[in-house]
Write a protein that binds this ligand. Structure first.
Ligand SMILES: NC(=O)c1ccc[n+]([C@@H]2O[C@H](COP(=O)([O-])OP(=O)(O)OC[C@H]3O[C@@H](n4cnc5c(N)ncnc54)[C@H](O)[C@@H]3O)[C@@H](O)[C@H]2O)c1
Length: 318
């Protein structure tokens, strides 16, 4: 298949691109290497695939429809996997209009291209954050989405609804995959595991938000990628599917696991819960199991160990 991946230089996107190339697909990436974190890091993410004969990189912005039109004309993708986004719930509170543009208008631009160029399937990388303060656990796809608490989550939910518009109105098959707390090598530096590992290795204290009982359903990046690839092989008119680990880890246990993997005990700075942070995420993955054969493989501890191995090799020694 000819597959266009937006945000393909990022954490999840670059793992996905490698997997798609291994499966003999033709892959083109649209990424603007934005400065949310070090663009050199994103270039390194693509180092292994840059010279692959079935790989093509377009350094372009999803907010530039004319540029996108040229890319779609040249690359003629059969499928689109849309991952490009500003991704960080806390930062979104500082720049809500920017997040709204990239998540909303950016997604509309991609949907317009998919419609104009008769793309066979559009996969959207959504987020568990849309569940917001949902009190019922685990979170299932049919739960009402009415308690989002960050502009990031609101933007993701808006993008899901735009996806529904294009599926319903133009018959564009769309699958929205709600990723839950992805971790593993190449993780974004703003995410908690990266931050804690960095601080611990620098012998600095770590911020400890709330009472340590907030929970996150950490999901290893290869498991997420397996779910995305399975979605390519199961096309629906419109479907929302959770991709999560189904085993939430409490903040205090997450830190204890990192301490154990590193063999270092952290000094904690006690802080109140952060605005925009949800108290818990916990995926009901029965739909993913039934429709995609989704079965997460990696334990949390193994995933943290893989991250630490990558961090030591790629970041500390760079
Ligand atoms: N990492 C997680 O835990 C997680 C959880 C839920 C959902 N998601 C979603 O998955 C997707 C990938 O997340 P990630 O963690 O890999 O983030 P990332 O920041 O590493 O990757 C996003 C990529 O999108 C690119 N990008 C940003 N704005 C762009 C624009 N205007 N035009 C073109 N490219 C642009 C960035 O340069 C980056 O390479 C995002 O949509 C994110 O919201 C991530």
């Amino acid at each position: 298949m000819k597959i266009l991946v937006t945000g393909g230089a990022g954490f999840i996107g670059s793992h996905l691109v490698e997997r798609l190339l291994r499966e003999n697909h033709h892959v083109c990436v649209v990424d603007n290497f934005d400065s949310f974190y070090d663009p050199h890091r994103k270039r390194r993410n693509l180092a292994a695939v840059n010279n692959h004969p079935r790989f093509r990189l377009y350094e372009a912005d999803i907010l530039d429809p004319a540029g996108l039109r040229g890319i779609f004309t040249e690359a003629a993708p059969e499928r689109v996997i849309h991952l490009a986004a500003r991704a960080n719930a806390r930062m979104a509170l500082k720049e809500p209009a920017l997040y709204s543009r990239v998540l909303g208008e950016g997604t509309i631009n991609m949907l317009e291209m998919a419609r104009d160029f008769d793309v066979e399937q559009f996969i959207f990388g959504s987020s568990s954050s849309v569940y917001g303060l949902n009190a019922k656990v685990p979170f299932s796809e049919d739960d009402p989405i009415s308690t989002t608490i960050s502009p990031y989550a609101a933007g993701k939910r808006a993008a899901e609804l735009y996806c529904h518009v294009y599926a319903h109105t133009y018959g564009l098959p769309v699958t929205c995959l709600r990723f839950f707390n992805v971790h593993g090598p190449r993780q974004r530096p703003d995410l908690a595991i990266y931050t804690f590992v960095r601080l611990l290795l620098q012998n600095e204290p770590i911020p400890f938000y709330g009472d340590g009982t907030s929970g996150r359903d950490y999901t290893y990046v290869d498991d997420i990628v397996a779910g995305v690839v399975a979605a390519l092989h199961n096309v629906f008119p419109y479907m929302v599917i959770n991709l999560g680990g189904n085993h939430p880890v409490l903040l205090r246990d997450m830190i204890a696991t990192i301490e154990d993997v590193l063999g270092i005990t952290a000094e904690r700075i006690m802080l109140p819960p952060q605005p925009g942070d949800v108290p818990r995420t916990f995926a009901d993955i029965r739909r993913a199991e039934q429709l995609l054969g989704f079965a997460p493989q990696m334990t949390f501890r193994e995933g943290v160990a893989c991250f630490v191995e990558w961090y030591t090799r790629e970041v500390l020694s760079a």
